[in-house]
Design a binder for this molecule. Structure first.
Ligand SMILES: [Zn+2]
Length: 158
């Protein structure tokens, strides 16, 4: 049931620990497509969740490796919210969802998969997707290929 309350729970994975922070690696990479980065702004960047809850599951993260909102500079915080607003528009245009979840999990107890690097989830939602989820438990059916999502959303932000 906790899916219903934290649909943005990051499955973003702990198997990655030896190679460091995935957000820092994406931030510093020159291969945006491989890292699923669809947009870069001044203080933050926007990337796809590699383990999406729904099609079009985006995350906005600061370049700075900070765990909490209160560690983030004002300008970066303001830009993060502006990017969330932009992501809302892009997702509505591309996916025509019934609604969206926009959320932060601060700390592992709150559902953060990667608690050391702040990230804001923005994802489209449709009537019935949660009902479907509860029926099939942990299994997530995501019909769209990530590469297709990437191309659509990159174009949406361009
Ligand atoms: Zn980091």
């Amino acid at each position: 049931m906790d899916h219903l309350w934290t649909p943005w729970r990051s499955t973003y994975i702990k198997s990655d620990k030896e190679s460091g922070c995935v957000f820092c690696r994406a931030a510093g990479s020159s291969d945006d497509e491989a890292m699923l980065v669809v947009h870069r702004a001044q203080f933050n960047f926007v990337l796809l969740n590699r383990y999406p809850y729904t099609n079009g599951h985006l995350m906005i993260a600061p370049y700075q490796h900070v765990p909490r909102l209160n560690a983030l500079e004002d300008e970066a915080t303001a830009e993060m919210m502006r990017l969330a607003r932009r992501a809302e528009g892009v997702l509505e245009a591309v996916y025509k969802p019934h609604g969206l979840n926009v959320g932060l999990n601060l700390g592992e107890a709150a559902g953060a998969g990667i608690e050391q690097h702040l990230h804001l989830h923005v994802l489209p939602r449709w009537y019935g997707d949660a009902n479907f989820m509860t029926t099939i438990g942990e299994t997530r059916i995501v019909p769209e290929l990530l590469e297709d999502t990437y191309q659509k959303l990159k174009a949406g932000f361009a």
